[in-house]
Design a protein around this ligand. Structure first.
Ligand code: ARG
Length: 481
């Protein structure tokens, strides 16, 4: 039987060891200790300000909690698995330190609003860190893109050669994907930055709490609106886990692409040694394991999303213990995503692209077929007919082992009266690339615009993020005064 319980009045005996270990969340939620103490400190300050707790006791609580925060940061706190979660541990430690006053800290509070507050604060920090890391990756991609605005490579659809694009354009596609990911996190942030404390167990409290004060002390925009909703939903955590999963799906495409590009079949890029590993048996091997793991770890983020959605589905109002299983997914998605973002920035920075090889690859697959058809259209032929003519030209080339751009004047004439030698200039890879100046297109001028636009959005994300990080720093300073 467990020895140290905070409450035992209702029971003739304590929970069995088995029940305690089965229900314990400490191994996971110990990670929230700092937030739990900070939340308790804000709560204690509110209890003092409203007179809910007598002045002397409130002061003891505040001092004790401030010391707890210091000791926690100094690594001097040990949590005990005899208590079922981080909240009971912190309350217990506090009471051990400040004596009788400690018994007042849980006035007008429940672990239900407490855990929701702690987790929101964790996710809030996680979002700000993730956006910062996303920006690092985006910046490297943009730098590399700018170097490669004129590097021509095959663009693919269905994994088949489609039309020529620039490597810079291709890299910018990833930048814009990550841009939307950052926006998703920022959007989730707006909704999650509301303070649950004061919701109590489910119905609010009869004590004259000042929820706006608690919210302000913790840097939340405001208190939540409905106590029952507050303790019973985890959609804020789900939005975070979804944003992580979606970002990981994007990163998995990048990982897959690097695996392909560094393969001997592609040779579009050479993986720097620092990001490759060898084989225990095959001496010649250099494997792109980092890229493979980025691809593979997306499965973890997707799994977490499915787990959490499933956990919440059909839960009746309000708090249910099932929801304790929200934390592993949040922490795991956070770790998975940040580990990948950390490694991708330096990896892209040092990746060696093989421009010649990319150009060489453009010789295959009739990347300029659309442009030849467009050329006929310009000369007055309806597009559908031009499509037929060029289709036949491709067939002819396949039969004779030629490329469209190497057809003779005679062969061209044979395909259509509208074609002649001048048509060839029209379908060089450079010409195909440079003509795609439509907004969002692959021509260098269009990609330069994309770079400028991405930079502007990144700057605004960076300033929102840094502003928020700075704001929270002063919130913590103020709270600990
Ligand atoms: N460990 C719990 C969780 O993570 C804390 C809240 C427990 N509340 C309760 N009424 N048992 O959800």
């Amino acid at each position: 039987m467990a020895e140290r319980q905070l409450w035992s009045g209702r029971f003739a005996e304590g929970p069995s060891e088995m029940t305690l270990s089965f229900t314990s969340s400490l191994a996971v939620d110990a990670r929230l200790a700092w937030y739990d103490v900070a939340g308790s400190l804000a709560h204690a300050r509110m209890l003092a300000a409203t007179g809910i707790v007598p002045k002397e006791a409130a002061e003891a609580l505040i001092d004790g909690l401030k010391q707890l925060l210091d000791d926690l940061e100094a690594g001097k706190i040990e949590l005990s698995d005899e208590l079922e979660d981080v909240h009971t541990n912190i309350e217990h430690l506090l009471t051990e330190r400040v004596g009788e006053a400690g018994k007042r800290v849980h006035t007008a509070r429940s672990r239900n609003d407490q855990v929701a507050t702690d987790l929101r604060m964790f996710v809030r920090d996680a979002v700000l860190e993730i956006i910062t890391l996303l920006i690092d990756v985006q910046e490297v991609l943009i730098e590399r893109a700018e170097e490669e605005l004129g590097t021509i490579m095959p663009g693919f659809t269905h994994m088949q050669h489609a039309q020529p694009v620039s490597l810079g354009f291709h890299l910018m596609a990833h930048v814009f994907r990550l841009q939307r990911d950052a926006e998703r996190f920022l959007d989730a942030y707006k909704r999650l930055n509301q303070c649950p404390l004061g919701a109590g167990a489910l119905a609010g409290t009869g004590h004259p709490v000042d929820r706006a004060l608690t919210a302000a002390l913790l840097g939340f925009d405001r208190p939540t609106d409905n106590a029952m909703d507050t303790v019973s939903d985890r959609d804020f955590a789900l939005e975070f886990v979804y944003a992580c999963a979606q970002t990981m799906v994007h990163l998995s495409s990048m990982g897959e692409e690097l695996v392909l590009w560094t393969s001997p079949e592609f040779r579009f890029a050479e993986m720097p040694d620092a990001f490759a590993t060898g084989s225990s048996i095959m001496p010649q091997k250099k494997n792109p394991d980092v890229a493979e793991l980025v691809r593979g770890r997306s499965s973890i983020a997707i799994g977490n999303l499915v787990q959490m959605l499933t956990m919440m589905k059909g839960l009746p109002l309000s708090y249910n213990r099932d929801m304790q299983e929200d934390k592993p997914g949040v922490f795991s998605s956070y770790e998975t995503l940040t580990s990948c973002l950390y490694v991708l920035a330096p990896m892209y920075r040092s990746l060696a692209f093989d421009r010649e090889r990319m150009e060489e690859a453009c010789a295959e697959g009739f990347l300029n077929a659309t442009d030849l058809a467009d050329h006929l259209v310009q000369k007055g032929m309806p597009f559908r007919q031009a499509h037929e003519v060029v289709g036949a030209a491709v067939q002819y080339c396949l039969r004779t082992g030629k490329r469209l751009e190497s057809l003779s004047a005679e062969e061209l004439k044979g395909l259509s009266d509208l074609l002649d030698e001048d048509s060839l200039a029209h379908i060089s890879m450079e010409a195909c690339l440079n003509r795609r100046t439509s907004k969002g297109g692959t021509a260098p001028s269009a990609v330069r615009e994309q770079v400028a636009c991405a930079r502007a959005i990144i700057d605004s994300h960076r300033s929102v993020c840094q502003g928020e990080i700075g704001r929270l720093e002063s919130v913590w300073k103020e709270l600990r005064k």
